[in-house]
Design a binder for this molecule. Structure first.
Ligand code: SD4
Length: 332
């Protein structure tokens, strides 16, 4: 089922926290020995958790972890699945363009050492998450923007591709008839992938990739590729990532906040709820936009919370790939 359809049908049936379960691929259970390495670890390790209903992405990440590879490899390859999906209109190829018809992508990645790499406002490259990893590993910098990012990618052998699909072009042309620009993400209009993974060694990494706000101003950069906002990892504590209206996440540095709250002893769920509360307190117009957070701690405990109904997460743990509607703040 497509994410948006799932979100709509979940709302229509009034589902609260009822899980839709899809079992995909690998059924391997984590071994006791692996978990014995992590103090307080539960059978939740290894695990993958991502924003929205992205079972193919989480299944890929899980498969990579089962091959014994790192959480970093897992989040990169998991995010790549959705970036290559031309039907997804919020990530990679097929993403909705800015007001001028340009598809511009933001992505970032963080590893267990706390290293970070990002690209912002990059055009023509299908896999910004992989370019972000190259920025992290092969340059003295942490963020490359626009044409610089694109040229760096091409120099590494990434192919230039037209990312504007016919469907997204039609949607943009339809939008241009009124050109009604609302810098507010519609509640159903965001499927950015933020993904967190814990590998068999108990190490945490994360990635976040998006085409950002549809019909945004040229040059607009959201939260997704910005450290501490769209993503933050501290391998001693946990990780968090965000989706929704980036401007609000940026103003409250949401992912960093969640990790710091977990460091102080909050559970991932309590930390996500407090980060949403921080936005609610500061933004009286919170009814007009959605933000969703997901978090994981070192023990493999997860949390997720949104402002509105409609946010969901996909977890892959104990061999099960499950989409779970998230609890939310605005109950009426
Ligand atoms: C942004 N946070 O650029 C992103 C939007 C998003 O799915 O989550 N889209 O503001």
């Amino acid at each position: 089922m497509k994410r948006r359809k799932f979100i709509q049908s979940a709302s229509l049936t009034g589902l609260g926290v009822v899980a839709t379960t899809a079992l995909i691929g690998c059924k391997e259970e984590p071994s006791e020995e692996n978990n014995a390495m992590i103090p307080g670890a539960t059978s939740n390790i290894p695990l993958v958790i991502a924003t929205w209903n992205v079972p193919e992405s989480t299944a890929k990440a899980w498969e990579v972890i089962q091959e014994g590879k790192s959480a970093l490899d897992a989040v990169e390859q998991g995010c790549m699945v959705e970036e290559a999906n031309a039907e997804g209109q919020s990530v990679g190829i097929g993403g909705l363009p800015d007001r001028d018809g340009r598809v511009t992508l933001d992505a970032c990645i963080m590893n267990k050492e706390g290293n970070y790499g990002a690209v912002v406002c990059m055009q023509h490259i299908i896999h910004p998450i992989s370019v972000a990893r190259k920025v992290m590993e092969d340059t003295p910098h942490v963020i490359l923007a626009g044409t610089g990012a694109e040229e760096f990618a091409v120099s590494l052998g990434f192919k230039r591709t037209d990312l504007l699909t016919e469907t997204s072009k039609k949607a943009w042309e339809e939008w241009k008839k009124t050109s009604e620009y609302k810098p507010i993400i519609n509640i159903e209009n965001h499927d950015t992938i933020g993904m967190l993974a814990i590998d068999k060694n108990g190490d945490i990494s994360g990635g976040c990739t998006t085409s950002g706000l549809a019909y945004k101003m040229a040059g607009r950069v959201g939260d997704s590729a910005i450290i501490g906002s769209g993503l933050f990892i501290d391998n001693e504590v946990g990780g968090a990532t965000a989706t929704g209206l980036g401007e609000e996440v940026l103003k409250t540095v949401g992912s960093f906040l969640i990790v710091e709250l977990m460091r102080q002893g909050k559970t991932p769920q309590q930390a996500c709820e407090e980060a949403i509360a921080r936005i609610i307190k500061k933004s009286p117009n919170y009814k007009d936009f959605q933000v969703g957070y997901i978090a994981v701690n070192k023990k493999g405990e997860t949390g997720f919370y949104g402002i509105h109904e409609g946010f969901s997460v996909t977890t892959y743990k104990n061999g099960k790939n499950t989409n779970i509607p998230s609890d939310f703040y605005n109950k009426g």
